[in-house]
Design a protein around this ligand. Structure first.
Ligand SMILES: Cc1ncc(C[n+]2csc(CCOP(=O)(O)OP(=O)(O)O)c2C)c(N)n1
Ligand SMILES: [Mg+2]
Length: 370
């Protein structure tokens, strides 16, 4: 894809494929018979859809960065480098049926589940027209199966366990999924929620998204082995690991987990290794480079999930022209969405709607509508 020297992490600006990593990408998707079988059912269009999803996620974040640099917004939380951990799992679910609870690093889950891109951007602009009616940039849309993140990390785990319990009690073959950051695994809520899900055998998938850092705290400062991939047995649930920078591996691991959930086998704990290619948000990118050793940025920078997947697709016979077409379309989608969101930025939420969604009956002001 086109690179953006002003916005991309430096490691991505002149990104070139490393032969051993391109080989490793393919080896990863071919080494497990069950996953290979899942992937063999994907059509070329499905595979290109995954590519479009990765691009949209990256370009959405670049658009936010552009707004930060030009003073439209003050700060943005990005998923750069971690897109595959969000896009692959969402594509393995069924929009309209399953429910996801993205954290800030997983904003791409919104458009994957059908939230229009302009709405995602409206939420950032606090526009009254956005899905959160101007309240919050923690964007979601329950009507599309996307729960808004609770700012307190770890808290979505019990919420998702509860959603999955509802599916189980109603006998519905639906799955609820959330992501838990490496840091968030240290909260009581995450532990309690996982344990509850295990005891109740609910159809929930928890993806531990280990991006090696929690705000300004490195993984080695907050975590001791065993690795997250070995946590599942201690909860008595099924578990597996996937390569968080490999969208096909992420897809296959989640698809298998979802099948187990729908068969009534209880929750699945997936562990994904990836890396935060920036700061916690746009305000601390320089500090992040001091917190996390440079070699980590360097080695993970070579594993750009977009670049590696492009190489895989080319090996599969997809022409460079086709990839460019898909990128042009994703770029146009994001640019159009940004224009649309900016056009109604001035439409602040109106006062009487302020209590909507706060109290059960919509408060004095009634429902906020969305
Ligand atoms: C319960 C709670 N404690 C602290 C915070 C402040 N906080 C916000 S994000 C974050 C780091 C979370 O790290 P991790 O779970 O690894 O997710 P990442 O940001 O790396 O995606 C912290 C400490 C919070 N929001 N909630
Ligand atoms: Mg983290």
């Amino acid at each position: 894809m086109r690179r953006f020297p002003v916005f991309d992490p430096p490691e991505y600006v002149d990104w070139k494929p490393t032969a051993s990593l391109v080989r490793g990408f393919r080896e990863t998707v071919e080494r497990d018979a069950e996953r290979t079988a899942v992937l063999s059912r994907l059509s070329l269009d499905d595979k290109l859809g995954l590519y479009a999803g990765l691009l949209r996620a990256r370009l959405h974040d670049i658009q936010l960065k552009r707004w930060v640099r030009t003073g439209v917004i003050s700060k943005a939380w990005l998923g750069t480098g971690e897109e595959a951990t969000t896009v692959g799992p969402c594509r393995a679910l069924q929009p309209g049926r399953d429910v996801v609870a993205p954290m800030i690093r997983n904003a791409a889950a919104c458009c994957e589940m059908g939230v229009p891109l302009p709405d995602m951007l409206r939420a950032y602009l606090a526009s009254g027209e956005g899905p959160t009616a101007g309240r919050d940039l923690h964007v979601g849309d329950a009507s599309r199966g996307v729960l808004q993140p609770i700012s307190h990390v770890g808290d979505m785990v019990p919420v998702v366990a509860g959603v999955a319990l509802t599916f189980k009690l109603r006998g519905e073959p639906r799955v609820a999924l959330t992501w838990v950051g490496d840091g968030s695994t240290k909260t009581g809520a995450a532990h309690e929620g996982t344990n509850f899900a295990a005891v109740q055998k609910v159809p929930a998938i928890f993806i531990i998204q280990n991006n090696q850092v929690a705000l300004g705290t490195r993984l080695d400062q907050h975590h001791v082995p065993p690795d997250f991939g070995d946590w599942a047995p201690s909860y008595g649930v099924r578990g597996a690991a996937f390569d968080g920078n490999n969208v096909l591996d992420a897809f296959a691991a989640t698809a298998l987990a979802a099948e187990r959930c729908r068969r009534g086998e209880g929750p699945v704990l997936l562990a994904a290794e990836t890396f935060r290619m920036g700061g916690h948000a746009t305000h601390d990118e320089r500090e992040a480079r001091e917190t996390v050793p440079g070699w980590l940025f360097e080695s993970w920078g070579k594993r750009d999930p977009v670049g590696l997947y492009e190489e895989y697709l080319k090996e599969e016979g997809v022409t460079a022209g086709r990839l460019v077409e898909i990128e042009a379309s994703a770029t146009a989608d994001v640019e159009r969405a940004a224009d649309e969101a900016l056009a109604d930025r001035a439409r602040m939420p109106s006062g009487p709607t302020a209590l909507g969604g706060v109290y059960a009956n919509g408060g004095r002001g009634g429902e906020h509508g969305r």
